[in-house]
Design a protein around this ligand. Sequence first.
Ligand code: AMP
Ligand code: MG
Length: 427
Amino acid sequence: MVRDVRMRGFADRADLEEVEAFLDRHVRTLPSESVPLLDCFERVLSEPIKSEVDVPSFPRSAMDGYALRGEETFGASDYDGIRFDVIGTSLPGAPFLSRVAPGQAVRIMTGAPVPEGADVVVMAEVCEESEGGEAVLVSEAVPPKKNVGVVGEDIQRGDLILSPGRRLRPQDAGVLASVGRASIPCVRRPKVRLLVTGDELLPAGSMPGGVHIVDSNSVVLRGLLARDGAEVLPFEILPDVPEMIRGVMAANDSDVVLVSGGSSVGQEDHAPRLLAELGTLDFHGISMRPSSPAGIGRIEERFVFLLPGNPVSCLAAYEFFAGPTLRRLGGRSGRWPHRRVRLPLARKIVSSIGRTDYVRVAIEDKMVRPIATSGASILSSTVRASGAVIVPREQEGMGEGEEVEVLLYDDELGSSEFDQKEKVESP
Ligand code: AMP
Ligand code: MG
């Protein structure tokens, strides 16, 4: 077979919105799995959780003090204390086992069961225990139920505690623990196969040298994948050899395949053809900048994203297409996860109608400054940037002074101690 090594440009590029609509139609939340309680933080709940128990399951003291009958303290004051016989002690996990009769009190600690017969805990600060510990003088009237946590005060049996779709916070996991759950039904995390291609690439951790560069895309992708709750399968860098790329692409062991590099129409760009052969290449070439040579397709149930090798393109193509897909597979929102701010532009942004632009910007003095280097190969531009502005397809650009929305790369803008120190020390 004669290999066709001619290069063809993109005949026709799809609009970003077409790709998004396609993903909307095809992406479904993955099925549920049972997750050990201690691993459920940040996982997405797949079923409603109701409590099978009351918390607390016993009347519980909210104070260190004395458990007794509240009505018997009526009339007590600083000048006229009321005396009770102390008949024992109730500690957390070690209750006082008999009943408190009229005129009696039980010494009690926070979290300990309130003994039968008692209906209040009088706090230690308004009590004075006799030297031998056989009696206590109460100098304040306490209304019934005071300082007693009733059964189910926190959670009642049958209560709906958490609803499906919830991304579990640390305190959610805590509540699940307190109602006795050991395993939690969660949406399965999407499994991702990274397919990093390029004859010029050295594995991350190597020193670049000669004509070789270090694979940075997989490092960036791993960070983004961790943020988006995906599970990354082990991978190796592949040379631009079609048979090898095909082998990995065909493996039925993931929900999403991310191909880095070789996505365009160059001589060594095999991924689009291989995807079309193994499944469908639903889109190839998108009206956007950077990332226009991106591709999207499917092989059976798997989504395959062809991410251009240029580092900024790779990042942008991930953020626009792969990220939302992975989050939705994992039961999260497809929205961009970045915090946003609206600020005026210090300089205009030039784009063109019909193309969506992903513009790296710096924020300085509450103004948004587009970063001059627009080249998709300049990864350091994303390090200098505070975030990105998306110029929609129907806009020709954005004018100086116009208020724009910035998707921030960081949750907090320059608020760390390190940043402050830098500011103080700089002239
Ligand atoms: P490609 O999309 O394979 O044509 O690559 C476009 C540019 O991105 C070339 O300069 C590549 O050397 C570079 N590149 C490809 N893969 C990576 C990678 N994993 N990390 C960093 N740069 C890459
Ligand atoms: Mg390449």
